[in-house]
Design a protein around this ligand. Sequence first.
Ligand SMILES: [Fe+2]
Length: 326
Amino acid sequence: MPVTKQNRSRNKIILLAGVIVTIAMLHYLTPTEPHHYHKIHIILRKLYFLPPVIAAAWFGLRGAIIATTIVTVLFSLHAVLDWPGNYMEQANQLGELAGFWLVGLIPGWLFDRQRSLLLDLAKANEETLTGLVSALDLRERNTRLHSQRVREYTELIARRYGVDESTRREIGFGALLHDVGKIAVPDQILLKPGELTDQEWIEMRKHPEAGYRIVKRIRFLEDAAEIVHAHHEWYDGNGYPRGLKGDAIPLGARLFMVADVYDALTSNRPYRSSVTYEEAAAEIRALSGSHFDPVIVDTFMSIAPEQLQKIAGRYQDAGQSDLLAG
Ligand SMILES: [Fe+2]
């Protein structure tokens, strides 16, 4: 079973419940008489500080409030059942109770704040990368959205293939940035309307390596860099730059290859108009085992065309006049 966010949360809830039950049992079952047992009893009671902090770290303020409420009920019930005659002990227990709430509420609020800052940061990273690839797409293809569509297609195929969420995200970044190395390709080669000469092809084929060097310097994109490096490798080993073969090509790059060709075939380009889903699927099928990993081709074929068309609809390129005016 794949490890999903939901599964992880459920496991954490079970673990936390286990911690609370264990502490309560130790607390309830250790007697307060004779004196040396009472010492152990008081030490064990301090363990109630743990669940509010753990809940705050795992679930934020809301989780901390729930865990602290449970701890408060268990702690208070014991105090009622075994009411201490000593007023110092009564004050001590009240202080501990207040302490549970402090160690739950304050970290809960801080962890929530940290989470929202991290989300803002991730969004800012995302917008910066999208802006960069949009500019590159516009330079080369007169469209802004090719890389974003390819990213979504790649992530869709990855999900169907059974790739977990965090790996899908890394693969998505690799797909988004695949052609970033073309920044190093001169305009007269990149934008040349006719066939490239052999020398020009040599220059053009340097872009996966150039992209790899750019992307791998960004720590959170290290895995994405491997996809950028391998995005022109073919399953049969006839691709470039390293001629990797079969499973030696990173999975993300093998998924991307199918998505990229599907997008190229189904988008309008200045030199040809788009083909239908059926024509694109037939062409992809024909390249299974040579360009593409056959298992990934089968995975792609199992996706309903409507799902792919929904992505295409979401990233519809504006007409050329709109782009120039915008
Ligand atoms: Fe490329």
